[in-house]
Ligand binder design. Structure first.
Ligand code: 0A1
Ligand code: ZN
Length: 877
């Protein structure tokens, strides 16, 4: 195999650059065939830089047209340049101006990093290392400079010219060309640079900040889509107000623009004052977007906006610190959604996401600490561990410090580090200084991989009215980390008495207990509670107070008691999940459930459904039976996904069939003729109704036809998509026809096509791979669009375990063959799809071996990108 450079970058090698960039002036001449970029960089050596130290600028696929220093062309011996770097052999030992010129071909840039074209629009993506594909530069986050950008383009192709900051000049140039000049007064790293030129429509609004400044807001899109940007605008305005209320953070420029593009590697990007979005996270109308889409738009609009303070004004010193901005910003967007919608429902949603994507990453070959200490390709570290586990770590800080303490620490963070490119250590230090606590043990959460397992045993002594609780933590080894240190784990808890009410105690010893919070810091601690009148049932990790796996000695009866009586909604939900996961997992491993087990679970589910005090969205979550992948992960090794699928199906049948009429009645009663609104109450009602449809379809004869009827009758995409997806996942007799009808009905809408691809890829039948192959190789399939590829292939590897892990290897080979082709076009998309193979170590031997054989063939036979090469090596290792 031949791959790109396999060089590893280490955190321990961090050193500041010997030169500073004082200011940046860029001039883009954008033409149909190519774009000419002139850069004027004012540069100076640092105080401690030795005279004669070479200056090495980064490049990527660049070719230098010309170079000048302080206005004079440089002689050949004074510099060296190739595609990946430009070196000034002996720069002046004083401030100087370096001018370079390169020519780019945005049209041919299928990697979608740097300057590229999406449906005719010129746009950029620079995080993490895309700016070096635009001009030679010190392309790292600790190099901060003010940018001034002049751009000119044919007015017919690009009437809209946008960049970061404020518009300071614009005009006509003759020959059909026009120009604009944008200036960003805030110092920024190059990864926050952005430029857009295109023929775009827009919607405009404004926001008046807490100090009374008016900010002009714009959302740009292809013509005809303007009306579909309204929900994004509404989300933006609510985000701006929330950040002022909750964190005291005000926006700082006069304009804030968002541009929606169709080709984008991630969700969206927080470029200063000019966010660029994947259009799937902007466009929404009820006929084509689901409630989940609206929810996602609100969340990501908020996320990118919140980056203005946590990411842009305070950025990362180096890419190892990525979760400094990402974990914190995810925490902020989760809090925003919790405040705007239902807090418990949001918490369950976030934990479900953590368990389905982060826990598997943390327990497999791709495990890495939230702050890694080495990488080959930084793009492979935009992971759920950095983002979602990073957010859990910030949440634990908030739990330990309490609401006021957390806010005080955040205020100090903004005050102390505004304008800095900083580190996780500095972040932790702020929390220590604001609270007076020693957080050195806590910091290990950032530095160590793996999900802790907390085992709990308890006992009660009636004579002395003493209750003891023993908690121990272990973390399995992860790649490169054979031994683990114990973590500081915040455990929020309560004791519940036999009548379902909270119980108190008169004294507690054995560990630090602050109110309802236990701080578990050793390998094992035993707490003794005095004055406990009856044997309690413990409710532990309330609100999921730490990202751990918990193993208790609670019986199914105890758990179902919690499901009914716990005052903590998260734990009510979790108790039901624990019971059903265990029943399916045991059955898949040959240990059948008893009639009583199923009856008791059914009764608890029905009680939840009938409880008038619970809201619909929560009920929908409570009735959701864990996915096959979650159960597989729970089993952990030698998993047979066919057995898991069969056990899940038979549990659903056992649960549902005796109460199918009742569930169908509840389903019918939830129908609504209200005009569609994406609000939480309506969305909750739809999710409960669709949850019931899923139960009925998987567990009874009635569901299939109800789903087909719902598909036809639906007046919005949420209901129509749910009906189709449920039919396909259960491969009902109507499924194939519904897929066909859906495709025809929405032909020509790419974002709806993604939904079709996502649902198609989850069909459990044996022909699914052949159908996907036909889809992928059809002449009109858009082979370079990340959304299309991820919808089909990403959802197959992540959500169709039965077919992806087939013993004959057909699922694995289908993916590795696709990865070879995609890698030539877009290595980031290819490597992300390949991460699905991280499941291999959990599988039974024949499947594991078939998967490894497919990976080995990939490694042996092909020339691969650094992105794919790194993921492949880590999984094979
Ligand atoms: N900072 C963005 C994530 C992002 C990363 C890389 C990208 O292109 C390769 C694009 C976006 C965020 O957290 O939303
Ligand atoms: Zn982010």
């Amino acid at each position: 195999m031949r791959t790109e450079s396999e060089q590893t970058i280490y955190l321990k090698d961090y050193a500041p650059t010997p030169y500073r960039i004082v200011s940046v002036e860029l001039d883009f001449k954008i033409l149909e065939e190519s774009t000419r970029v002139r850069a004027q960089l004012t540069i100076e050596p640092r105080e401690d830089t030795a005279p004669g130290t070479p200056l090495v600028l980064d490049g990527d696929e660049l070719k230098l047209n010309s170079i000048a220093l302080d206005g004079a062309p440089l002689v050949l011996s004074a510099y060296a340049s190739d595609a990946n770097s430009l070196t000034l052999v002996e720069p002046p030992h004083k401030r100087f101006v370096l001018e370079t010129e390169v020519t780019l071909k945005p049209e041919a840039n299928t990697k979608l990093m740097g300057l590229y074209r999406s449906s005719g629009t010129w746009c950029t993506q620079c995080e993490p290392e895309g700016f070096r594909r635009i001009t030679y530069y010190l392309d790292r986050p600790d190099v901060l400079a003010p940018f001034k950008v002049r751009m000119s383009a044919p007015k017919s192709l690009a009437p809209v010219l946008l960049a970061n900051g404020n518009l300071v000049d614009q005009g006509e140039l003759g020959d059909g060309m026009h120009f604009a000049v944008w200036e960003d007064p805030f110092l920024k790293p190059a990864y926050l640079f952005a430029l857009v030129a295109g023929d775009l429509g827009s919607i405009k609004d404004s926001f008046t900040t807490m100090s009374g400044r008016k900010v002009e807001l714009g959302i740009y899109s292809t013509h005809g889509k303007e009306a579909e940007c309204a929900y994004a605008m509404d989300s933006l305005i609510r985000s701006m107000a929330w950040d002022e209320r909750r964190f005291g953070r005000e926006y700082d420029l006069d304009v804030f623009n968002i541009v929606a593009v169709s080709d984008f590697n991630f969700g969206a990007m927080e470029n200063k004052g000019l966010n660029i979005f994947n259009d799937r996270l902007v466009f929404a109308k009820p006929e084509t977007a689901t409630d989940a889409n609206y929810h996602g738009i609100e969340r990501v609009i908020a996320h990118e906006y919140f980056h203005n303070w946590t990411g842009n004004r305070i950025t990362c010193r180096d890419w190892f610190q990525l979760c400094l901005k990402e974990g914190l910003t995810v925490f902020r967007d989760q809090e925003f959604t919790s405040d705007e919608r239902s807090r418990p429902v949001q918490r369950i949603h976030d934990v479900q996401n953590l368990r389905t994507s982060q826990f598997p990453e943390d327990g497999g070959p791709l495990a890495h600490p939230p702050r890694p200490d080495s990488y080959r390709e930084i793009n492979n570290f935009y992971t759920t561990t950095v983002y979602e586990k990073g957010a859990e770590i910030v949440r634990m800080l908030a739990t330990i410090l309490g609401e006021d303490g957390f806010r005080k620490a955040m205020d100090l963070y903004f005050e102390r580090h505004d304008g800095d490119a900083t580190t996780i250590e500095a972040f932790i230090k702020v929390f220590e200084d604001a609270s007076g606590r020693d957080l050195s043990q806590f910091a290990t959460w950032y530095l160590q991989a793996g999900t802790p397992k907390v085992s709990v045993t308890d006992s009660y002594d009636a004579a002395s009215q003493t209750y003891t609780l023993t908690l121990s933590q272990t973390i399995d080894p992860t790649p490169g980390e054979p031994t683990k240190k114990p973590l500081l784990i915040p455990l929020r808890f309560g004791l519940i008495g036999p009548n379902g009410s909270p119980m108190g105690w008169t004294g507690v010893s054995g560990a630090a207990v602050e109110g309802d919070l236990i701080l578990l810091d050793g390998d094992s601690v035993t707490l003794t509670f005095e004055g406990v009148a009856n044997k309690p049932i413990p409710s532990l990790f309330r609100g999921f107070s730490a990202p751990v796996k918990v193993n208790t000695n609670l019986s199914q009866d105890d758990l179902l008691f919690l499901a009914r009586h716990d005052s903590d909604p998260f734990n009510r939900w979790d108790a039901l999940q624990t019971v059903s996961t265990a029943l399916i997992a045991n059955a898949a491993e040959g240990k059948a459930w008893s009639e009583n087990d199923v009856e008791a679970l059914r009764a608890a589910l029905i009680d939840t459904l009938d409880n008038a005090e619970l809201d619909d969205a929560f009920k929908a979550q409570a009735l959701d039976i864990p996915a096959e992948t979650v159960v597989g992960r729970h089993i952990g090794r030698d998993v047979n996904p066919d057995a898991v699928a069969a056990a899940r199906k038979s549990l659903l049948t056992a649960l549902v069939s005796p109460v199918a009429a009742k569930l169908a009645g509840a389903y019918g009663a939830l129908a609504s003729s209200d005009v569609y609104s994406p609000d939480a109450a309506q969305a909750g009602r739809r999710s409960l109704r669709n949850g019931l449809l899923a139960l009925l379809t998987a567990g009874s004869e009635r569901g299939a036809s109800l789903a087909a009827e719902q598909f036809e009758a639906a007046t919005n995409m949420t209901d129509r998509y749910a009906a189709m997806a449920i039919s396909v996942r259960n491969w009902t007799s109507e499924a194939s026809a519904l897929l066909g009808e859906f495709r025809t009905r929405f032909a020509g809408d790419p974002l709806v096509f993604d939904k079709w691809l996502t649902a198609s890829a989850q069909a459990p039948d044996d022909e699914v791979i052949e159908r996907m192959r036909a889809t992928l190789t059809a002449p009109d399939f858009p082979k370079t669009n990340p959304n299309r590829l991820r919808s089909l292939l990403g959802s197959f590897v992540m959500a169709n375990p039965v077919q992806f892990t087939r013993t004959d290897g057909a699922g694995f080979r289908f993916i590795t063959e696709a990865v070879v082709e995609i890698d030539k076009v877009n290595p980031q998309v290819a490597s992300r799809i390949l991460t699905g193979f991280r499941v291999l170590p959990t599988l039974e031997a024949p499947r594991r071996e078939a998967g490894m054989a497919a990976l080995q063939a990939l490694k042996d036979q092909h020339s691969l990108s650094r992105n794919v090469g790194e993921i492949l090596d880590r999984i094979i290792a």
